[in-house]
Design a protein around this ligand. Structure first.
Ligand code: TEU
Ligand code: CA
Length: 536
């Protein structure tokens, strides 16, 4: 497989609303991000995935876009955006824009036109259907609870919204819709951005009459068209959010010769703590054997055929240290163990803001403190269905998206240095202990560890291109080997808060380790990486 610049890249994801506020209105903004570029450069990331900053009524925090060519005034101006792009480039960092192509805001001019009459030229930009038996056209459910159909009085038809009713789905079967989205992408490429992250891209080719929502039969045709029309020749890295992709589908999306996408986000590993066939709120304990199987399957399955994205966290997921680590007694150990496991794999790693300092989940006592539409809708729906407050709030503590959206914790002072005003969502009260300043000033910190992992990747093609093999080991341990040319590395991770004996512990050269000295047994959440002495 040909090597590409982004094979060696590390992506840092910024959720602009919660990163850094520059003007005291309590909302993170572009000037705030610019002021933190040196921090991201110091960490070593070379791409910033910027969650949506376009004009938006903010029903879903920017994933409901009313103008793809404008910056939301809360975030700043187009001048600020140009400055962010150029200041980032000066530091060797490219900006990856988030393209929401499956739906727009209901306040987008296309939808305002579309809903105005059945004859309007924009009518067919969206998905309209007649009522069936006096109710919605079908019993399809929105991902944000309730029906996916909203009745519109003006024309007495229903429109489809897979997310909130303020996020009507676009009709990608209409060539004008596709062309309009391609124009959006061309505009941003001209501005000098270096990548696109495509929101729920596997939903665009739905075939309602056949009951197909994700991975519709024309999906690959559209992606190829998009590649031809927009991406070919532009030196842009692309990642598609494909919640419904298994390995087989991911190969189709990411095989270079198919010219579709460079990589996709798979949800298979992060769905392992939910009950199959149920909602993400229906919790289940993670089985380490499942995690080993799933991650290893992707590692070996995409080898030579496509490319992996590696992630634990994003703005939709709970904090990984709280989820699969221990955010109390072993916060340092478990955060760094999880980081080692992921960052030594083949693929492009994504770090979600705050992950690099081990930020944790948050527990607000009342629904009032929550801001996320998915959380609020779910709470109301389950309350009506008779679920107890305690049960619903417990699932929000574990899975709610606001866990990832509390402000970035910079310093130990008021509002963690995020804002001089009132933050749009409360800061996690643990900011006095968990913050960037603390981590940067300690020799041993989660931040320093992430920095070292990134340096290792930049210096070792073994991490980028080496073969991967799961090592048969104890049930509490996730271990694997990476081999490249004449070298072999061994990654050993203890997933428990107990001491565990492992046959894999050896006397090779230690590459990176989250304890000061090697021991006979693996200590709680110990993560150790060896370069084997008698390599191949
Ligand atoms: O998320 C897509 C998606 O499938 C989510 O519904 C995800 O399953 C859920 O958030 C898990 O809790 C993308 C964006 O990442 C998300 O922020 C948006 O809300 C959504 O699309 C709609 O644009
Ligand atoms: Ca602001």
């Amino acid at each position: 497989m040909d090597s590409k610049w982004w094979h060696k890249s590390v992506v840092y994801q910024v959720y602009p609303r919660s990163f850094q506020d520059s003007n005291g209105d309590g909302i993170g903004d572009l000037k705030g991000i610019i002021s933190k570029l040196d921090y991201i450069q110091e960490l070593g990331a070379d791409i910033i995935w910027l969650c949506p900053v376009y004009a938006s009524p903010n029903d879903d925090n920017g994933y409901d876009i009313s103008n793809y060519y404008q910056i939301h005034p809360e975030f700043g101006t187009m001048e600020d955006m140009d400055q962010l792009i150029s200041e980032a480039l000066k530091r060797g960092i490219g900006i990856m824009m988030d393209i929401v192509a499956n739906h727009t805001s209901d306040e987008h001019p296309w939808f305002i036109e579309s809903r105005s009459s059945k004859e309007n030229p924009y009518r067919d930009y969206y998905i309209w259907r007649d009522s069936a038996d006096g109710g919605p056209p079908s019993d399809l459910k929105s991902i944000f609870s309730g029906s996916a159909w909203q009745f519109d009085e003006t024309t007495e038809q229903y429109y489809l919204h897979m997310f909130s009713k303020k996020q009507p789905d676009l009709n990608w079967h209409n060539p004008s819709v596709r062309e309009a989205m391609y124009d959006v992408m061309r505009f941003w490429i001209k501005k000098g951005i270096k990548g696109f992250r495509f929101d729920v891209i596997d939903l665009i080719a739905k075939e309602l009459e056949q009951g197909i929502i994700d991975n519709g039969p024309l999906l690959h045709t559209y992606l190829k068209e998009m590649h031809r029309e927009v991406l070919d020749g532009a030196d842009i890295v692309t990642v598609g959010e494909t919640g419904g992709a298994d390995l087989e589908k991911a190969i189709l999306f990411t095989s270079p010769e198919r010219k579709e996408l460079d990589m996709v986000f798979s949800f298979e590993h992060i769905a392992l703590d939910e009950q199959k066939g149920k909602q993400k709120w229906d919790l289940k304990q993670l089985e380490l054997s499942d995690l080993k199987r799933v991650l290893s399957n992707w590692q070996t399955g995409l080898a030579g055929k496509g490319w992996n994205s590696l992630f634990w966290s994003n703005h939709d997921q709970p904090r990984i240290v709280s989820r699969w680590g221990n955010d109390q007694e072993f916060r340092y150990e478990s955060a760094t163990m999880l980081a080692s496991l992921l960052h030594l794999m083949r693929g492009t790693p994504y770090i979600y803001q705050g992950e690099e300092i081990g930020m944790t989940n948050v527990q607000f006592a009342e629904l009032d403190f929550y801001r996320d539409i998915e959380t609020i809708n779910m709470y109301n729906e389950r309350s009506e269905q008779g679920f107890a407050h305690e049960d619903i709030i417990e699932s929000i503590y574990v899975k709610g998206r606001d866990n990832a959206r509390t402000p970035m914790q910079w310093i130990a002072e008021s509002n963690a240095g995020f804002t001089a005003g009132e933050p749009w969502i409360e800061v996690n009260p643990n900011y006095s202990a968990i913050n960037v300043e603390h981590d940067k000033n300690s020799d041993k910190s989660i931040f320093q560890f992430y920095k070292k992992l990134i340096e290792l990747r930049k210096a070792n093609d073994l991490i980028v291109y080496g073969d991967y093999k799961l090592l048969d080991s104890e049930p509490e341990i996730f271990a694997y080997a990476r081999t490249y040319e004449n070298e072999e590395w061994r990654v050993i991770c203890n997933f428990t808060d107990r001491e565990v004996e492992s046959e894999l512990v050896c006397d090779g050269e230690i590459v990176i380790h989250n304890y000061d000295t090697p021991g006979k047994k693996l200590r709680p959440y110990e993560g150790i990486v060896y370069k084997l002495k008698n390599s191949l």
